[in-house]
Design a protein. Structure first.
Length: 95
């Protein structure tokens, strides 16, 4: 087990900690362990990646089926270039 020393603890905070520990019937050290455990719960799984975080952030937006089709069609490539900006555009050299 590791140990931790906390320096420069405010006197008022130390007193409140002491009173709270007494109220819970434990030592100040045990009270600090309880507070830290509650503030920093154990995570069985590591945090998700950036893509998952972005997905979770935008999940409440919920596009309609029509909006989703429009959105995804913007990323589909056509085998033929239909624009006039590339005279030599081919399937091997798409626009």
């Amino acid at each position: 087990m590791a140990s931790l020393t906390v320096r420069n603890l405010d006197d008022d905070l130390k007193q409140r900690l002491k009173e709270q520990a007494a109220k819970h019937g434990c030592s100040m050290e045990e009270e600090v362990r309880r507070i830290l455990a509650a503030a920093l719960p154990y995570r069985e799984n590591p945090p998700e990646g950036l893509g998952t975080a972005i997905h979770d952030f935008f999940k409440p937006v919920a596009l309609t089926d029509e909006e989703y089709a429009i959105f995804t069609s913007a990323f589909e490539r056509s085998d033929e270039c239909t624009c006039s900006c590339h005279a030599d555009a081919t399937s091997s050299n798409p626009c």
